[in-house]
Design a protein around this ligand. Structure first.
Ligand code: ADP
Ligand code: MG
Length: 234
């Protein structure tokens, strides 16, 4: 047995807005295996994005344990957390948009540049990644010259170019038509599998859920049993 890429145990997160206390996660347990594709569903406000932010070391849990590659993340200094995030995680977040003034090539190259990868190797890896997502011909274009599906493929290429152990994707197909959404998902699956990356995807998209290895439902900050599990138990 490989150790899981990501483990959460009893994770709580509460936001305070003035006088208001907003519980976002109320005791979440989760384990994500190497290479596994896990869909996280649930109504708006159920805590999906908060969970991804905690897994991505963007936010800290108030209580509970988070292990990324077996390392307890609460114990990390900010510097170590930044390093671990950079080396281990790829993001496909709606909010993490492409840099509009940079070409497609430079957008995908950016994580490797930041990681200090030598230029010749960067060129080779970005070229191969753009080839893999079918955008080699668009390398010199700016993102605004591309369709929504193409842009999301650039975002996937950027997330995967570092060969991260974990890819976190928040509603990656939200703005795409269903055909393009399927293509984007297949691409993530294919490329992710080739690299052995694990995926944690927050999504409302039922088709996307069907293509994942496992689905977890969040409600009011808790993981509830899936209907299928309840039916099987009945
Ligand atoms: P989802 O992604 O499932 O829609 P979120 O994780 O975004 O859910 O939100 C879960 C709950 O936490 C919601 O009630 C939301 O309003 C609240 N929340 C999320 N982020 C913040 C924040 N930065 N400040 C205050 N409340 C927040
Ligand atoms: Mg969200």
């Amino acid at each position: 047995m490989h150790t899981p890429v990501l483990q959460l145990a009893g994770v709580h997160k509460t936001f305070r807005l003035g006088q208001h206390i907003v519980p976002a996660l109320r005791g979440v347990d989760l384990s994500l295996a190497r290479g596994e594709m896990l869909a996280l569903t649930g109504p708006s406000g159920s805590g999906k994005s908060t969970l991804l932010h905690i897994a991505g070391l963007i936010e800290q849990a108030d209580a509970g344990q988070v292990l990324l590659q077996s390392r307890p993340v609460q114990a990390l200094s900010e510097h170590e957390a930044t390093r671990l995030r950079r080396d281990t995680i790829g993001f496909v977040f709606q909010g993490f948009n492409l840099v509009p003034v940079m070409t497609v090539f430079d957008n995908v190259d950016y994580p490797l540049f930041i990681a200090g990868v030598p230029v010749a190797e960067r060129r080779r890896r970005v070229g191969a990644m753009l080839e893999a997502v079918g955008l080699a011909a668009h390398a010199r274009h700016r993102p605004d010259a591309l369709s929504g599906g193409q842009r999301q493929r650039v975002a996937i290429a950027r997330a995967l170019v570092k060969q991260p152990a974990l890819v976190l994707a928040d509603e990656p197909t939200a703005n795409l038509d269903s055909h393009t959404a399927s293509q984007v998902l297949d691409l993530m699956r294919e490329q992710g599998h080739a690299q052995g990356a694990a995926f944690l995807l927050a999504t409302h998209d039922a088709r996307l859920q069907q293509r994942c290895d496992r689905v977890l439902h969040l409600r009011d900050g808790c993981i509830e049993n899936t209907p299928a599990v309840l039916e099987a138990a009945a």
